[in-house]
Design a protein around this ligand. Sequence first.
Ligand code: NDP
Length: 389
Amino acid sequence: MRRVSIFGATGSIGQNTLDLIRRDRDSYDIVALTGGRNVAQLAQDAREFGADIAVTAFDDALPDLRDALADSGAEAAAGSAAILEAADRPVDWIMSAIIGAAGLEPGMRALRHGATLALANKESLVCAGPLLMAEAKKHGARIMPVDSEHSAVFQGLIGEDHDTVEKVTITASGGAFRKTPLNVLKDVTPDQAMRHPNWSMGARITIDSASMFNKALELIETKEFFGFESNQIDAILHPESIVHAMVSFHDGGVMAHMGAPDMRHAIGFALNWPERRDLPVTALDLLEIGQLNFEPLDETRWPAIRLGRAVMKAGGLTGAAFNAAKERAMDGFIARDIRFTDMAPVVEDVLNQMSVEFRLSSAEITLDSVGEIDQMARIRAEEAIRART
Ligand code: NDP
């Protein structure tokens, strides 16, 4: 039996992971499940899967979790220290699917035990890629990509020499506002931004897809995960979300990874690697799809892409500032303090202020320095939001 923990179990990736595990229940021993506000789901899953411990991120949710787990045999705990304690429990495989920068430290802790870290939490790599990769190396732990684009690149590189790679191209669907007239974008609402044409995902990543901040994070994630130079990495528009990424080689060959837009493929690939097993994913029928389209990404419509490319080049702690400012700007948009089109300018303001002041691109990356820059970027983003309201 493989011992498994799922961080962010109540979210979209967490639930898809449990869906796969449920289909092969006897092969897994569930150690820890963590969640946030959705205590009912967390307790239900902890009972169903016989988890040793269930942890909510929020202290005030502990009484409800305790009540819901009474007589279940599962421990109940709360708070970020409890999440880290759960990450210290040895397992063979751990899903990192907490949303945002909060996912970094639990993932770092899990690597110390040599667990395979299935990494959906792209923010970890954006904020502290070199630190995370070094920690994995130090402890002989493997990190498996879960983002569909990065799973696709990983699969395209199997058996290949990285030196033979010319470039890597990830695709973007265009999100909710691909065709929305530019002059209307300033008036779109959070509810509209949460409607993705192809993928079913959590609310925040869906908004990030509409603004293209998600693709900006993924450009940085590609660099940090695979170690290619920034000029070897690109993103293009592909509205059908069938080709997830392409790896182009010096000899002119291109390995394109295709599949239906269903996260259970990438999650299942990370769960089963190095084997391939049956997964409940719709078979791809290219004749039914008929045609696949590709276009360059329009940086006027999606300024986040321009920022993401610059952050990818800059490196250091620039990603930590970028991500934190982006998370705060999105909170501002969800609260309707700023417009959809204000998010990128807010993030750019923060980067302009902090890049030189904190020498972000050359600063040392430690958990402490990432935390400090994260906090400062949120304060600066808050100020930039206030200046616009
Ligand atoms: P969701 O918002 O659906 O779920 C997030 C999870 O994190 C939930 O379990 C939530 O708990 C928990 N959570 C929220 N806040 C905190 C906190 N402060 N501390 C600890 N846990 C917290 O997100 P997704 O599943 O969509 O995304 C998860 C990660 O995977 C993100 O990094 C995203 O970028 C990445 N990803 C997602 C994809 C997708 O298809 N959804 C695709 C590729 C990558 P609760 O809900 O109980 O409050």
